[in-house]
Design a protein around this ligand. Structure first.
Ligand SMILES: NC(=O)c1ccc[n+]([C@@H]2O[C@H](COP(=O)([O-])OP(=O)(O)OC[C@H]3O[C@@H](n4cnc5c(N)ncnc54)[C@H](O)[C@@H]3O)[C@@H](O)[C@H]2O)c1
Length: 368
């Protein structure tokens, strides 16, 4: 028990309580403290602080999870690292590229481990998609299109989410998850980014669209709206390749819908996902397929769905444990590279900021 890493959560709102539960089921870590400026948030059962400085002097704390609203992430992460703690920062890393660079500089100067909670990178469905893209199972990736129709219930009028100074607006507050996922899959930096946004009422921009051109000529489009009834919330991330298409379904993805032409190596790649995965491969007559300026030799049509059997919240919680495990591995072994680095987190902020400033040039996402 004593060699478990001690976690402190700063910001015990909806998400703070969820991560507490997820991490309490870990063998190598446990939540030892909670810090919230609002004393009514004290969950009981662990040390509670309403002052960050007091919490940072608690020697039982090895890792600080910064789970406050976005505008405070930069300062709290810096303060925690300067007090000798490792940090798992909620997304976004910061509200501007410049602020994100400051966090990265302090991580370098203090030698603390720091990362951002891009939990989607630890999802098994995302891992399969990453293998399909990297293995060019359906040829080259050309386009991706996110359709995120989120519920409005969790962000009622007056919530900090609608205040650009606190949240940075939707692309910084929420879009970063998907900019990060796209960057990982596309494997190239961003050349151009712009956005459009419309308001439900003055000061409440609840629908945004962003378009991004990557340095390898992939084009990505991203839609987010926070308008749906809870029951009708849907998220679909569409990927188009030279020889097929994949839809990844769910904000916490639980399903891949796969369709396209491939070769034997492509079939083997999908087979490697395990016997629980329905291969859905049909042998076809050999084709020398021409797409764009490329030729592919294909022998199979794949038409299948891969679904995770687990419930959404279980997949979410195991992703949270996986990123914490990854962070602990990096604390214990300096040569360990985390799946999400601060460079990744900074790139997501850079793209979100660039796109946001296109629609709001006179209103920078945030002044630091
Ligand atoms: N990675 C994910 O999947 C995911 C999901 C949901 C939310 N989040 C992120 O978690 C963060 C918190 O979101 P939430 O929905 O829980 O917000 P919330 O408003 O429900 O909770 C925030 C809490 O932080 C406290 N707080 C604010 N400033 C503080 C400070 N300076 N010091 C101490 N306490 C402070 C507030 O009193 C409140 O209890 C946001 O950055 C959000 O983007 C991440």
């Amino acid at each position: 028990v004593t060699d478990k890493k001690g976690i402190a959560i700063i910001g015990y709102g909806g998400f703070g309580a969820f991560i507490h539960k997820a991490w309490d089921a870990m063998e190598n870590a446990r939540v030892v403290a909670v810090c919230d400026s609002d004393p009514t948030r004290n969950p009981g059962g662990v040390a509670f602080y309403d002052c960050v400085t007091d919490m940072l002097s608690d020697r039982a704390v090895d890792i600080v999870s910064v789970a406050t609203p976005p505008s405070s992430h930069k300062d709290l992460a810096i303060q925690a690292m300067q007090a000798g703690k490792n940090v798992l920062i909620e997304k976004p890393l910061a509200l501007s590229e410049r602020d994100g660079e400051l966090v990265r500089q302090v991580a370098r100067d203090t030698g603390r481990v720091a990362t951002v909670n891009f939990v989607l990178r630890y999802n098994p469905i995302v891992e399969m998609l990453r293998d399909i893209v990297a293995g060019e199972v359906f040829g080259k990736l050309r386009r991706l299109d996110l359709r995120n129709y989120a519920m409005q219930e969790t962000v009622p009028e007056g919530h900090w989410f609608w205040d650009p100074r606190t949240s940075g607006r939707i692309l910084l507050e929420h879009g970063v998850h998907f900019f990060d996922l796209a960057a990982m899959l596309v494997g190239a930096g961003v050349n151009k980014a712009f956005s459009l946004g419309v308001e439900r009422k003055p000061g409440m921009e609840d629908r945004v669209f962003a378009a991004v051109e990557y340095n390898n000529s992939v084009i990505g489009t991203f839609w987010h709206s926070f308008t749906r009834p809870r029951e009708l919330e849907t998220t679909t991330f569409h990927f188009a390749f030279d020889l097929g298409e994949i839809d990844m379904v769910g904000w916490i993805p639980l399903e891949l819908r796969i369709w396209g032409w491939t070769d034997k190596a492509g079939v083997e790649k999908i087979r490697s996902f395990g016997s629980a995965v329905e291969l859905g491969a049909e042998k076809i007559e050999h084709i020398r397929a021409h797409s764009s300026d490329l030729y592919y030799d294909v022998d199979y049509l794949i038409d299948t769905h891969i679904t995770l059997p687990d419930a959404k919240l279980d997949v979410y919680a195991s992703g949270l444990r996986a990123i914490m495990d990854d962070l602990i591995a990096a604390i214990e072994s300096p040569s360990h590279t985390m799946r999400v680095t601060l460079d990744d987190a900074l790139e997501a902020v850079r793209v979100a900021e660039k796109a946001t400033l296109f629609a709001h040039p006179t209103q920078p996402a945030v002044e630091s």
